[in-house]
Design a protein around this ligand. Structure first.
Ligand SMILES: Nc1ncnc2c1ncn2[C@@H]1O[C@H](COP(=O)(O)OP(=O)(O)OP(=O)(O)O)[C@@H](O)[C@H]1O
Ligand SMILES: [Mg+2]
Length: 371
C-alpha cells in the first residue's frame, strides 16, 4: 500500500488494521443530494442490457448473467463475500455495510455509485484492508485480506492530504517504491514512465503546493501508477477538481487502466462519470448498503468525451443508473423487496411505459447526474 503522510501507523480509528505500510487517509466529502425528483416505483425501471443485484440472475440481451457471487470460487481476482461493517459509537451502532457480495475479475474497471453516506468509503476501506469488517471477508487471489495488501494502491479525493508537502513531485511518486526496496535504476524508470503517463514529466522538481489541484491529483495517480498495483482503488478522486480537468483525468484513468492491465474499483457520486468510465457500474443501496444493481456498461471500449457521452446508449445507461439511485435515495432495498415477493431491483422487469423502447438521448428530466 502507499504511504500516509499523516499517520506513521496508517491507523484509521480503533478498527483499522494498520499493520503493514500505512495507507492514505480517506476524506469524507460532503455530497449534495437532489430533492424533488418525480416519484418512481421499482416497476418504472428499464432493464435493457442490465445485470442485476446481489445473488440474483438477470436476463439480458446477452443471455443470463448471475450477479452477486459472480464467479466460481477461486476464479475472481478480488472477492467480497457477505461483507458487513458495523461502527460501534457512543451514540449506538451504525451498520454501514450489510452482507455485501461481489467479485472483481482481473483487469476489470468497475465503478461504485450510491447515495451519499451509503457506505462507499467504508466498503473501500474494508476492501483495502484499512478497516476490519465486522463479518464476511475480502480475498485477493484467494487469500484473505487482513491488512493493506502490497499489491493494492488507493487514491483518495483529497490530494492535498495524500501528498507529502515537503517532498518534490518526483520524490512523492518514488517513495512507495523505495519502501518496497525497488532498486534505483528501476525506480527511476517507473517514476519517469508514471510522470510521463500523467503529463507531469516537466515538473518533477516542483513541490505539490506549487501545482494546481488537478496537477496534484495527477501526482497522486502517478504515484499509484508507478507502484504498479494489481488493484487500484479510487474513492471520489476527482470530486475537488474542475469539470475540464475532471474529463482529462477520466481519460487518464482509462488509458492507465489499459496500459497497466490493472483492476480498478472507482467510487464516484457522478452518475455520468460512472457510466463513462466503467465496464460495469455497481449501484449501492442506501445505508446499510447492499448491492442494488450490477449494471453491465456495454459501450464501445474506445471512449470519447464528446462521442460517447452524446451516444444513445450512454444516455440510456445514464438514465437507468439515475433511476436506480433515486430509488436508493428513497430507501428502496432489494432484499426487502425480495422478501415481500416483488421483483424489486432483481431479475428482469418490464420497462415502464415511459421507458419502453429507446430512451431519448440526453433525457432532459435527469439534470446533472450527481448522487
Ligand atoms: N469512523 C466512523 N465511525 C462511525 N460511523 C461512521 C464512520 N465512518 C463512517 N460512518 C458511518 O457509516 C455510514 C457510511 O459512511 P461512508 O463514509 O462509508 O459513506 P459514503 O457512501 O462514502 O458517503 P459519501 O458519499 O458522503 O462519501 C454513515 O452513516 C457514516 O456516518
Ligand atoms: Mg465516501
Amino acid at each position: 500500500m502507499l504511504p500516509d503522510p499523516h499517520s506513521a501507523s496508517g491507523g484509521h480509528g480503533p478498527a483499522s488494521h494498520g499493520r503493514h505500510a500505512a495507507g492514505i487517509p480517506a476524506s469524507e466529502p460532503t455530497i449534495p443530494t437532489q430533492e424533488g425528483t418525480e416519484d418512481m416505483t421499482p416497476d418504472q425501471i428499464s432493464t435493457e442490457g442490465v445485470v442485476t443485484s446481489q445473488g440474483g440472475v438477470a436476463e439480458t440481451p446477452d443471455g443470463l448473467l448471475t450477479v452477486g457471487k459472480t464467479m466460481p470460487d477461486g476464479e475472481a481476482m478480488l472477492a467480497v463475500r457477505n461483507l458487513k461493517k458495523v461502527y460501534h459509537t457512543d451514540g449506538g451502532d451504525i451498520e454501514a455495510v450489510r452482507n455485501l457480495t461481489f467479485d472483481l475479475p482481473q483487469g476489470q474497471l468497475a465503478c461504485l455509485v450510491g447515495p451519499s453516506g451509503s457506505g462507499k468509503t467504508t466498503l473501500l476501506k474494508c476492501i483495502s484492508g484499512l478497516l476490519a469488517p465486522t463479518a464476511g471477508e475480502v480475498t485477493l487471489h484467494g487469500k484473505k485480506v487482513t491488512g493493506p495488501p502490497k499489491s493494492m494502491a488507493v487514491v483518495f479525493q483529497e490530494y492535498g492530504r495524500s501528498l507529502f508537502p515537503w517532498m518534490r513531485v518526483r520524490d512523492n511518486v518514488e517513495l512507495p517504491l523505495k519502501n518496497q526496496g525497488v532498486d534505483k535504476a528501476r525506480r527511476d524508470e517507473l517514476v519517469d514512465n508514471a510522470l510521463e503517463a500523467v503529463g507531469l514529466a516537466h515538473v518533477p522538481k516542483s513541490y505539490p503546493w506549487q501545482l494546481s489541484g488537478g496537477m496534484q491529483q495527477r501526482v497522486a495517480i502517478a504515484r499509484a501508477v508507478a507502484y504498479q498495483p494489481e488493484v487500484l482503488l479510487m474513492d471520489e478522486p476527482f470530486a475537488a477538481v474542475d469539470a475540464q480537468t475532471r474529463a482529462d483525468l477520466e481519460d487518464l484513468v482509462r488509458s492507465v487502466w489499459k496500459q497497466l492491465g490493472v483492476s480498478v474499483l472507482f467510487v464516484t457520486h457522478d452518475i455520468d462519470e460512472s457510466v463513462y468510465l466503467g465496464e460495469r457500474v455497481i449501484i449501492l443501496s442506501s445505508s446499510p448498503t447492499v448491492i442494488q444493481q450490477d449494471v453491465l456498461i456495454d459501450l464501445p471500449d474506445e471512449r470519447d468525451q464528446l462521442e460517447t457521452r452524446s451516444s444513445q446508449r450512454f444516455s440510456e445507461l445514464r438514465h437507468h443508473v439515475y433511476e436506480q439511485i433515486q430509488l436508493a435515495k428513497k430507501g428502496f432495498r432489494p432484499e426487502e423487496t425480495l422478501a415481500s415477493g416483488q421483483t424489486g431491483g432483481h431479475g428482469r422487469r418490464r420497462p415502464s411505459a415511459a421507458h419502453s423502447g429507446s430512451v431519448e438521448a440526453g433525457s432532459a428530466d435527469i439534470g446533472h447526474g450527481d448522487v
